[in-house]
Design a binder for this molecule. Structure first.
Ligand code: SF4
Length: 206
């Protein structure tokens, strides 16, 4: 067998949550073949192993079927969004899609998970992500540094609140770039937030 490359696949961000259509599952099965290893990750992406020389062709085929393809490993993951149960407009579906387009797949020192919740009920658990965005009626809050693993698990802390939609992507980009530039080796994002201090990151975001 030739060189194998990993690929992360997810359905589009949509009302109802992470929904695959039967056709999309058929495409995945047909393209990868009967012996493929297909892993469901904890961050709502399927990891597939595909022949490296067919990576681009497979990516195009998946995208034609409405699937989204992202890098695996040390990168920002696709946005882990809620199910938008309060309605696409009230819960900010288009905002979530725009955020995902802007921030998913950026190479980072460690994998970064970014959560989005369309209301303060936060059923997508945004405070357990490296970065969490919560829609609060007409504005948005951003939280940073959630750590869901280990005995020292902790919730993300409020970085900035009352944001208009247009402020979100510039701030998220700034935080991610700051982490890329100043992380010590493979420093976890939550440790980076602690080391930098919330106050300094607040200044960066303001
Ligand atoms: S976070 Fe709010 S809008 Fe989104 S699925 Fe949960 S309850 Fe519904």
């Amino acid at each position: 067998m030739g060189e194998i490359r990993k690929m992360a696949v997810a359905p589009a961000i949509q009302a109802g949550g992470s929904l695959f259509t039967p056709e999309q599952l058929s495409i995945i099965g047909a393209v990868t073949g009967p012996d493929a290893k297909i892993e469901m990750t904890s961050f709502k992406q399927l990891y597939l192993e595909v022949p490296a020389e067919r990576y681009e062709a497979i990516k195009e085929e998946f995208e034609r079927g409405g699937l989204e393809v992202y890098p695996t490993g040390f990168a920002t993951k696709s946005l882990i969004a809620c199910q938008f149960c309060k309605g696409a407009e009230e819960a900010g579906l288009e905002t979530a899609r725009r955020i995902n387009q802007a921030i998913a797949g950026i190479e980072t020192p460690t994998p970064i998970k970014i959560g989005y919740a369309g209301c303060a009920l936060g059923t997508s658990e945004p405070l357990l992500k490296d970065i969490g965005i919560v829609k609060m009626r007409e504005t948005f809050d951003i939280y940073v540094g959630g750590e869901p693993k280990g005995l020292k698990a902790s919730l993300a802390k409020l970085l900035v609140s009352g944001l208009q939609e247009e402020a979100l992507i510039p701030i998220l980009t700034k935080i991610i770039n700051h982490y890329k530039q100043h992380a010590k080796g493979k420093e976890k994002f939550s440790k980076f937030v602690d080391r930098m201090s919330l106050e300094r990151l607040k200044k960066l975001a303001s």
